[in-house]
Design a protein around this ligand. Structure first.
Ligand code: PLP
Ligand code: COI
Length: 340
């Protein structure tokens, strides 16, 4: 497909193959070196690779935006680089230096500029992957590693764009347990969520909400997005306990909300408390800020705001998206320009 043929208004969160990807490799004993650009396409890998056999892999998700000032910018890319380094430590992989990570994602966007959607029509989703690509039979770190980056233009993550979503609390399945890998973007965290998510979708919900695995009481996350609720003008979000992914959008929303004078509390958020809140939303790079229209737990259903985003949700959404599009001032220095 040519980028000229893309229906920018019809973009969804799905893969459109682009021209070019970035790749670099290292052994577990050598330092990372800058990689090279190559045509987007299949890569060769040992059948005995660490990633294929034992899931030794991480991913990141970030976006490049074409702004109203006709610049192309990343949103806080250093945070993605650092999160991938923490994940690499947890999965016993050699961390990619921040300078190589930033250079890789920049080069990959630059090489695919024609696929960056027009302002307000979506974004270029950037997917860095780090994996044990060398062969290993015993359960142990792979002898060599691949860091690659590919990009694809995307639209809204949830069907229906920014309209409010209906969520189901999972009473049977959990995403992460204490001491596990829930706090990093390990690839292995995601497949176990597919069956619960599919079941929820078949029952008419957009996604599941996971509770903590120990007490089945406190909200952790919404599939692949973080959770917030608003009660009496105070924002609440589950505290990071190691089982929740520390979202960059979550952190940014806390900073934005405090800037607007709202109190933000990171704490244990029980399902019961959330279901009595005034507003609720989930957030992430892919999800942006998605207002929650209802939460169902067993026989109980809580609804918020008559399917419309609540006022504080809307205010934060407009401000966050405004910063990303450069229609609002970049108050916190979150944007990172990609030279075109
Ligand atoms: N939670 C999970 C499990 C995720 O995969 C993501 C996506 O990255 C998020 C939350 C949101 O994080 P971020 O805002 O950094 O995209
Ligand atoms: C993201 O928000 O970037 C995610 O990782 C969500 C999902 C596509 C895994």
């Amino acid at each position: 497909m040519m980028s000229e043929e893309i229906d920018w208004d019809g973009l969804t969160f799905s893969l459109t193959p682009t021209d070019t990807m970035y790749l670099t490799e290292t052994s577990s004993t050598e330092p990372w070196m800058p990689g090279t650009l190559r045509p987007y396409g299949p890569i060769e890998m040992s059948p005995a690779s660490g990633v294929l056999n034992y899931g030794q892999g991480l991913f990141e998700g970030m976006k490049a935006f074409r702004t109203s000032k006709n610049r192309v910018v990343f949103f806080r890319p250093e945070e993605n680089a650092r999160r991938m380094q923490r994940g690499a430590d947890r999965l016993k992989m050699p961390p990619v230096p921040e300078s190589i990570f930033i250079d890789a994602v920049e080069q990959c966007v630059q090489a695919n500029l024609r696929w960056v959607p027009p302002t307000g029509k979506g974004a270029m989703y950037v997917r860095p992957l780090l994996m044990g690509s060398g062969p290993i039979l015993g359960v142990a770190p792979a002898p060599s590693y691949t860091f690659l980056v590919y990009v694809t233009p995307v639209g809204p993550y949830f069907k229906g764009g920014v309209s409010a979503i209906d969520l189901l609390i999972s009473e049977e399945y959990h995403r992460a347990a204490p001491g596990g890998s829930g706090g990093v973007k390990a690839i292995g965290n995601y497949a176990p969520g597919m069956m619960p998510s599919r079941k929820a979708k078949d029952a008419g919900f957009a996604e599941v909400i996971y509770l903590d695995a120990e007490t089945h009481t406190y909200i952790e996350e919404v599939g692949a997005a973080n959770f917030f609720c608003v009660k009496d003008n105070v924002l609440y979000t589950p505290e990071l306990t190691g089982t929740i992914l520390p979202g960059i959008t979550r952190q940014s929303i806390m900073e934005l909300a405090r800037h607007h004078g709202y109190e933000v509390i990171e704490t244990k958020v029980s399902a019961e408390f959330a279901m009595a809140a005034d507003e609720a939303f989930c957030c992430g790079t892919a999800a942006v800020i998605s207002p929650i229209g209802s939460i169902t737990k067993g026989e109980k259903k809580a609804t918020y705001g008559d399917q419309k985003p609540g006022p504080i949700t809307e205010q934060l959404y407009n401000h966050l998206v405004g910063i990303q599009n450069e229609t609002e001032e970049d108050l916190f220095g979150w944007l990172h320009e990609i030279p075109q």
